[in-house]
Ligand binder design. Structure first.
Ligand code: URA
Length: 257
């Protein structure tokens, strides 16, 4: 089939696979894991009833409880990063290249919470460095904010979901204790919740079309839901609302209600 493709079509197909997250060749030929039924070596001895399986020896853990305990034990931002690196219960960790923890200035007055890393963020290990991040930087610059000086940035999920899938409720629930601890340790005056996932994760509800621009409270701090810059890239007409929200953020930072 490849013989029939011209160079540009073949390259576009490869780019598409990379965009979906298939950016490494592990074997010469693909394996359909859904069709592999008998993965045990043929010569493996039968498991006897007297020997409990490894799974039976691992105590049942509630992933949200485990996250709460690990997050609460972290007494600094670096300790929190280490706790998240060590957290074993989120399936996204298996497919992501690395943890994407935060960028910017911890302790800044403004803390932005986004959704999850995309491809660029997964490669670089920093949040909002791809196209949406570039737009975010321009939006911040419009009200004299700058991640190298006075903004701190993180995401609800620190690992890239395969194919940039929407975060699931289970994933948001298990990472929420870490994000909440992150907020407490960073101590911002104001939070910006970028998009539905951040609203779902920290406020427990979504509906960004209605929620944007309406101040909420998270852990006793004012929190402003805003359109996600990735959405604004797809719907530039909505930048007008985003501009109004940026002005509201600026006014809040200047001490106006
Ligand atoms: N979108 C997000 O929500 N976070 C990132 O870090 C990148 C894109």
């Amino acid at each position: 089939m490849l013989d029939d493709l011209d160079f540009h079509t073949a390259k576009a197909l490869l780019d598409w696979q990379i965009e979906l997250g298939a950016d490494e060749a592990l074997l010469d030929a693909p394996v359909n894991r859904f069709e592999v039924t008998d993965s045990a070596p043929k010569s493996a001895p039968p498991v006897t009833a007297a020997v409990p399986s490894e799974a039976a020896l691992v105590p049942e853990v509630d992933p949200v409880d485990a996250a709460r305990q690990m997050a609460a034990a972290a007494d600094s931002i670096e300790a929190l990063r280490a706790a998240m690196e060590a957290y074993p219960h989120c399936d996204l960790k298996m497919s992501a290249k690395q943890l994407v923890f935060a960028d910017g200035v911890p302790g800044a007055r403004v803390m932005i919470v986004g959704e999850a890393p995309g491809r660029e963020e997964d490669l670089q290990g920093k949040p909002f460095v791809g196209p949406a991040g570039q737009l975010l930087d321009k939006m911040l610059a419009a009200i004299n904010l700058d991640r190298t000086k006075n903004v701190y940035i993180t995401n609800m999920l620190p690992w890239r979901p395969p194919q940039n899938a929407d975060p699931t409720q289970t994933q948001l629930d298990m990472m929420r204790p870490f994000v909440e601890r992150h907020i407490v340790l960073a101590g911002p005056d104001v939070l910006v919740l970028m998009g539905n996932a951040a609203c779902q994760g920290l406020l427990g509800r979504r509906g960004i079309m209605r929620m944007r621009g309406q101040w909420e409270e998270v852990l006793g701090r004012p929190a402003l839901p805003m359109f996600h810059p990735a959405f604004l890239l797809r719907q530039p007409i909505m930048k007008r609302e985003a501009w109004a929200d940026l002005l509201a953020l600026q006014a809040r930072l200047k001490g106006q209600p």
